[in-house]
Design a protein around this ligand. Structure first.
Ligand code: PRT
Ligand code: ZN
Length: 283
């Protein structure tokens, strides 16, 4: 079977996490800043390091079989690719923002206004859907200075903390889309067994990342109270302790309701709670 190619960002916000997830899948490769291509030594895969803007088209055209890129870029380039897996990093949202003292108060107020952005296609589609006739000023960087320079009345840009908007005297007005890094694939390679293998590895890393391994001690008489709180992968493991009225319980907890569960376990009589990271969960 031919060697697969995966395109990831060469440098920038998605580079580190993209490399990390591939390494956590057990893939072994060199990651020199200067190289454009790197061979994985223990899997039939080559890694191409590219500008993020080029990744969707490389995958669409089959130059790369797979890619890791933000949904914002896929949408903007309108590349025809398969979405294989959301990856949980690079989260941000594309928002229209206006100067803090602007009198733009509702979407229809954008009629006749100029909006600066590096995402002309996403903006054009949003305006069309909302029947707004506004001028799109396509600029490639530092969009947030547009209103201050008198270039535009509003902007459409990526926002994560909102700090950049604030320091430029802007406020978010409306969210146009949310985005995160995703694994994409060329439309023709979905059934390839090496792609499936890689996808399964990525999914097991993601599942583990959202999960903690928990060990605790509890008196047998209180066991019923906590079982419902700890489903485990199948069900919790119960191990007898030397003191016969006590048992140790081993289980896993999802990251999102971690503290809620820990507090409920303590309230139900759990003691000596030990929490450990999980490396992989194989489905
Ligand atoms: O060189 P290359 O073309 O590969 O990279 P790039 O400079 O075009 O992109 P890069 O590395 O900045 O971002 C890559 C991807 O990260 C984006 O396409 C998004 O999917 C995602 N991402 C997540 C972000 C942000 N968060 C983000 N905050 N991309 C950009 N920003 C910028 C935003 O443009 C604005 O200037 O950060 C600023 C806003 O941040 P806050 O925190 O002040 O709101
Ligand atoms: Zn870019």
């Amino acid at each position: 079977m031919k060697t697969l190619k995966i395109a990831i960002q060469k440098s920038g916000r998605l580079n580190e996490k993209s490399v990390e997830i591939l390494k956590n899948c057990g893939l072994s490769f060199e990651n020199y800043k200067s190289s454009l291509i790197s061979s994985v030594t223990n899997f039939p895969l080559e890694i191409l390091f590219l500008r993020d803007d080029d990744i969707p088209e490389y995958v669409q055209d089959g130059i790369a079989d797979l890619g890791i890129v933000g949904e914002n870029i896929i949408q903007e380039t309108n590349a025809q690719v398969s979405y294989l897996q959301k990856l949980g990093f690079g989260k941000c949202s594309l928002k229209i923002a206006v100067p803090v003292d602007s009198n733009i108060a509702q979407i229809s107020d954008l009629n006749g206004k100029a909006i600066a952005t590096s995402y002309p296609n996403i903006l054009g589609e949003y305006l069309f859907k909302n029947k707004i006739s506004a001028q799109i000023r396509n600029i490639s960087g530092s969009v947030e200075i547009g209103p201050g320079l008198g270039l535009s009345d509003a902007i459409l840009d990526i926002v994560s903390t909102g700090g950049t908007l604030k320091s430029n005297g802007l406020k978010p007005f409306v969210e146009v889309m949310q985005s995160e890094a995703v694994l994409i694939g060329n439309k023709n390679i979905e059934t390839n067994s090496n792609v499936m293998e890689l996808l399964q590895r990525i999914q097991s890393v993601l599942r583990a990342k959202n999960t903690k391994y928990v060990v605790l001690n509890i008196q047998r008489k209180n066991l019923e109270k906590i079982i419902g709180l700890l489903p485990g992968v199948k069900s919790p493991t119960i191990v007898p302790l030397f003191e016969s009225e006590w048992v140790a319980v081993h289980s896993v907890i999802e990251e999102q309701d971690f503290w809620e569960k820990i507090n409920a376990l303590k309230a139900a009589g759990a003691e000596g709670i030990v929490v450990m990271p999980v490396e992989k969960i194989i489905a």
